[in-house]
Ligand binder design. Structure first.
Ligand code: ADP
Ligand code: MG
Length: 555
């Protein structure tokens, strides 16, 4: 037997999970079933693609049983890929992803939200210590002879010793604590599996003992051992749309999206023709917490003819749509499509291109038909869509219709199209201001002249605006102009204004001399009405904030 200590981050995390999420402790079952399902996916894939595994008699399933006395336990067993000693140490002793700290920072104190983070973050296994004070994992890796037994109390240590297991797979036994005692029940397990894991594509069986009754309904004193399937185990996305209800979709989303909230939107598409595929995409109500982290988890899973291929491929959909959760299932890809060449795969490229169009189109109709929901959507996803403006040139026009901005004349968000509608007859451009937070921008002296003339200015306080918006150039033939650039206010000038500027020239020369190298130029301008002066960027220079950003990046 060997004894190991958890990596410090695991200990911290365990402590945190146990103490902050106990009000949603029931998710432990969802997480363990989801791990069992992943393990089945992995072995299924190997049996279909790798000759070394073809001989395995593979009957993928998950078995759950429980015991009420003497001590209460729950056992979850799968015949999936299993783990060897090394896997056990690495997978159940450390946290693979970099961001424990990020996870901890994300914890909001709202147990419901935090409970979702667990699964999204890839630390689901540890949730079992909320309901158990002792956990045993008996596992044998497919293709290997030796089985191993991992044991831990979830505090600081775990042990690994040799074990006995007839077939490859994993059996996890939870020795329930007082918090978890209630789950050693047929009814509870049945409820939880139906609630969270109904659409796991493998059968989940529950075993239980039942008293036997005779014809007259009298107990015979005998006990019958029963085993029944408790999930629907169908690939939901393959079912005809007209057979599915909103609730079916929502439930499916919750089981694959590690989310207890309903999705904001789902988009189910079946393509038949040159390419045959099914896609089912969901937009989470709240942006995934790791949306802006480099090691974010992609949310779209790739299947080939219902066989799971990968959920770790960031290029299945463009990066800016990384908030999508869901499934792509292709009939045309070979099962053993190399994961390395997925990105260049012609079939997948076509699916991706069509899916992006479809999804953006759905966003557009949401904006048109359901502005309230669209507003929720844009509050969460405006920024990634703006990234798309920068990276997805082919869909730029559509994206320009989808993004929203704050404005000096409107409450909430406005679209560029709506701004254009409101433009004054002789207005030459769409004006915007960037380079600070919303309040600073709204109070900027640069806006005075526009306010004076009743011209609307878009308030672009999103950091990304500064990078993306100058590249837009035009929206439907109307130029976008930054008011913090020298040329911008010229449009607003009257002849009188021009005269005033002319007469101020001698003063400007003096100021320029006094300021020397610190400025590029000093000019008189009619853009201010109350403030005496302001600093602007030259038309071709990066604006002040961008200059700072570039500096920070070492440019
Ligand atoms: P995630 O599932 O997001 O990777 P978890 O904390 O739920 O994170 O699980 C950690 C790892 O432990 C898994 O990635 C997997 O390698 C391993 N694991 C957990 N349960 C099983 C199982 N039933 N069969 C095989 N491996 C498992
Ligand atoms: Mg997991």
């Amino acid at each position: 037997m060997s004894k190991h200590t958890f990596k410090t981050e695991v200990s911290q995390l365990l402590h945190l999970i146990i103490h902050s999420l106990y009000s949603h402790k029931e998710i432990f079952l969802r997480e363990l079933v989801s791990n069992a399902s992943d393990a089945l996916d992995k072995l299924k894939y190997l049996t279909l693609t790798d000759d070394a595994y073809k001989e395995i008699a593979f009957d993928p399933k998950i078995d759950i049983s429980f015991r009420e006395s003497p001590s209460k336990t729950i056992t979850i067993s799968d015949d999936g890929i299993g783990m060897n000693k090394e896997d056990l140490t690495n997978q159940l002793g450390t946290i693979a992803r970099s961001g424990t700290k990020a996870f901890i920072d994300q914890l909001s104190g709202d147990a419901k939200k935090d409970a979702n983070l667990i699964g999204q973050f890839g630390v689901g296994f540890y949730s079992c210590f909320m309901v158990a004070d002792r956990v045993e994992v008996l596992t044998r890796k497919a293709g290997e002879e030796q089985a191993w037994l991992w044991k831990s109390d979830g505090k600081s240590n775990f042990t690994i010793e040799e074990g006995q297991r007839e077939e490859p797979g994993t059996t996890i036994t939870l020795f329930l604590n007082d918090e978890g005692a209630e789950y050693a029940s047929r009814w509870e397990i049945d409820q939880l599996v139906k609630k969270y894991s109904n659409h796991i594509p493998f059968p989940i069986f529950l075993s239980y003992d039942q008293k036997k009754y005779d014809d007259k309904g009298k107990e015979t004193g005998e006990i019958e051992h029963k085993r029944e399937q408790i999930n629907s185990a169908a690939a939901l996305w393959k079912r005809p749309k007209n057979e599915l209800t909103d609730e079916d979709y929502h439930e499916f989303y919750k089981s694959i999206g590690h989310d207890s909230e309903e999705p904001l939107l789902y988009i189910h598409t079946k393509a038949e023709g040159t390419l045959e595929y099914t896609t089912l995409f969901f937009v989470p109500k709240h942006a995934p917490f790791d949306l802006y982290q480099a090691d974010y988890r992609p949310g779209v899973k790739l299947y080939v003819k219902r066989v799971f291929i990968t959920d770790d491929e960031k290029e299945l959909m463009p990066t800016y749509l990384r908030f999508l959760r869901g499934v792509i299932d292709s009939e045309d890809l070979p099962l053993n499509v190399s994961r390395e060449i997925l990105q260049q795969n012609r079939v997948l490229n076509s699916i991706r291109t069509a899916s992006v169009k479809k999804v953006l189109g759905e966003f557009k109709s949401l904006a048109e038909n359901n502005p309230e929901t669209y507003n929720e959507f844009i509050t969460e996803y405006n920024r990634p869509l703006k990234e798309g403006l920068y990276s997805d040139f082919a869909n730029r026009d559509l994206l320009l219709e989808l993004v929203r901005f704050k404005s000096t004349s409107q409450e909430g968000f406005t679209s560029l199209a709506a701004y254009k509608e409101r433009m004054k007859e002789d207005q030459k451009a769409i004006y915007y201001i960037t380079g600070g937070d919303e309040e600073t921008l709204r109070n900027s002296p640069l806006l005075e002249a526009y306010k004076g003339k009743g011209v609307e200015v878009l308030v672009m306080n999103d950091e990304i605006d500064e990078i993306v918006v100058p590249s837009i150039g035009k929206f439907n033939d109307v130029e976008l102009k930054a008011v913090n650039r020298t040329g911008a206010a010229d449009d607003l000038k009257s002849d009188d204004d021009k005269k005033t500027e002319e007469s101020a020239k001698p003063l400007m020369e003096k100021l320029k001399k006094a300021l020397g190298d610190r400025v590029k130029d000093v000019v008189a301008s009619t853009r201010l009405s109350d403030s005496p002066s302001c600093i602007v960027a030259d038309e071709d220079d990066p604006t002040a904030q961008l200059q700072q950003m570039l500096k920070a990046m070492g440019q």
